[in-house]
Design a protein around this ligand. Structure first.
Ligand code: PGA
Length: 235
């Protein structure tokens, strides 16, 4: 595979100052083989970002944010003006729709940062066969045209934190569909396709090998050093 492998650790609302420091210090000590093409991206919760950003300086770890507001400043109580990321838990818990996601994507791109746009269907949509409709609508409404590149994370809502994952065939279908859609309909030149949802050190390698993905977005397993260590070392 010519593209880099993106391993995105989404720490969500986990870890405190001590445990986050311990985890990042251990991750910094991992010795990657010279051949490694990993991009190791860590997304802490907002209050941890200043501390983690100091700790990752001069390391190869890339700092990401789990969300941001689509404006640089203003009277938005509780929101944070920052970089990247979109997530279905934001869609569900904060009632964000595709239009909001699109505003954030535009804002992030205008600020020369790289968004990771998450798409994925609900269990009902998977069961009633409407999942491709949902995903094409999300891709269509959340993304502008003619980008040089974009990172998409396919995260079926029913798989997040549940321990269930789609089959390799199901992930591959969405991978092909997304690449075709973005190339043809949106004229986007390069798509990095990640899978997210109950990824762990046991299923990661099979998903990578069978589904031709460019990496993974990892929640629960990313805050356990033994798990993320195995994933990073052998990705
Ligand atoms: P999970 O979360 O790995 O705990 O399922 C994935 C995500 O939502 O980022």
């Amino acid at each position: 595979m010519n593209q880099d492998t993106l391993i995105v650790s989404n720490w969500k609302m986990n870890l405190n100052f001590d445990s986050a420091t311990q985890l990042i210090n251990k991750i910094k000590k991992i010795k990657f083989p010279n051949s490694s093409k990993i991009k190791n991206i860590v997304c802490p919760q907002f209050l941890l970002i200043p501390q983690i950003s100091k700790l990752v300086m001069r390391s190869k770890i890339i700092l990401g944010s789990q969300d941001c507001h689509h404006k640089i400043s203003g009277s938005f109580t509780g929101d944070s003006s920052l970089e990247l990321l979109k997530h279905s838990e934001r869609r569900i818990c904060h009632y964000e729709n595709n239009m909001m996601v699109r505003k954030k994507v535009d804002f992030v791109l205008a600020n020369k940062l790289n968004p990771i746009v998450c798409v994925g269907e609900s269990l009902k949509e998977r069961q009633n066969g409407k999942y491709l409709e949902t995903i094409s609508k999300q891709l269509d409404e959340c993304l502008p045209e003619k980008l040089k590149s974009i990172v998409i994370a396919y995260e079926p809502v029913w798989s997040i934190g549940s321990g269930s994952t789609p089959t390799f065939k199901e992930i591959s279908e969405i991978n092909d569909y997304t690449n075709n859609f973005l190339c043809k309909q949106k004229k986007i030149q390069k798509v990095s396709f990640l899978y997210g949802g109950s990824v762990n050190s046991k299923n990661f390698f099979d998903i990578m090998n069978h589904c031709n993905v460019n990496g993974a977005l990892i929640g629960g397993s990313s805050i356990k050093f033994d798990e993320i260590n195995k994933i990073l070392l052998y990705a």
